[in-house]
Design a protein around this ligand. Structure first.
Ligand SMILES: [Zn+2]
Ligand SMILES: [Zn+2]
Length: 229
């Protein structure tokens, strides 16, 4: 597993399974946050790195969404450190296999029932900050997909909202994306936050992604139209 320090408080851990798969570890005042849980074979490496950091105990796991390549090492990590696991309330019934992800033929349970709890919201439905990360709902790739923004480090952990190639934004993998046009609309979160660096699960980082955003939207919408016509 390749470990990279992304910013002052964030590390990325990467493995390969045909495509690259990243998870992120964030140092917090009260310990550590793990964002996403990759595939099962990453479990050992994640556990080892959490110890190696010597930055306190794991406090929470935040999920961008419930696809199997984002929750695979959950059990292995939780065996050692039982901590709360959070995902968006809209995503939970899909990952628990209660309802079928749009575009799929049948429900697919990727996580044990009641293992994940909903991200906290205020009375207006805004997602509350968890440790140093603020979640933003970004549906499209999956119905309850969220990204996590680290304000202090100005890093956006974008999960599968995008992939990337040669330092540019690319669309999420079409085969696994429920609603591409919605995913493209959700990319506006980049304009709102203007992160210095954007991390994706399946690709390399994109620096100053807002500079590529209009281009990304044009390129991807064109591709969508070509496919539909
Ligand atoms: Zn996904
Ligand atoms: Zn994925």
């Amino acid at each position: 597993m390749k470990i990279t320090q992304v910013s002052e408080n964030i590390w990325s851990l990467r493995t390969w399974a045909i495509i690259p798969i990243h998870v992120w570890v964030v140092t917090e005042e009260d310990g550590l946050t793990l964002v996403d849980a990759g595939i099962p074979t990453m479990g050992k490496g994640i556990r080892k790195f959490l110890k190696q950091l010597k930055a306190g105990p794991l406090k929470r796991i935040l999920l961008t969404h419930g696809h199997s390549d984002h929750v695979g090492a959950l059990n292995k990590v939780l065996q050692e450190q039982p901590v709360p696991v959070y995902a968006h309330r809209m995503e939970i019934p899909y990952m628990e296999g209660e309802i079928t992800y749009p575009g799929r033929k049948k429900p697919a349970q990727s996580i044990e029932k009641h293992l994940a709890q909903p991200l906290k919201e205020d009375e207006n439905g805004n997602l509350l900050r968890m440790g140093a990360l603020t979640p933003y709902i970004t549906p499209g790739h999956s119905p309850g997909h969220v990204v996590y923004y680290h304000e202090k480090d100005q890093v956006l952990l974008a999960g599968d909202l995008f992939t990337s190639k040669n330092g540019k934004l690319h669309r999420p993998i079409p085969m696994f994306t429920a609603d591409m046009e919605k995913a493209i609309r959700s990319s506006e979160v980049v304009r709102q936050l203007k992160p210095k660096r954007l991390e994706v699960c399946h690709g390399n980082p994109v620096l100053h992604p807002v500079e590529d955003l209009d281009n990304y939207i044009d390129r991807t919408l064109t591709k969508q139209k070509v496919l539909k016509s």
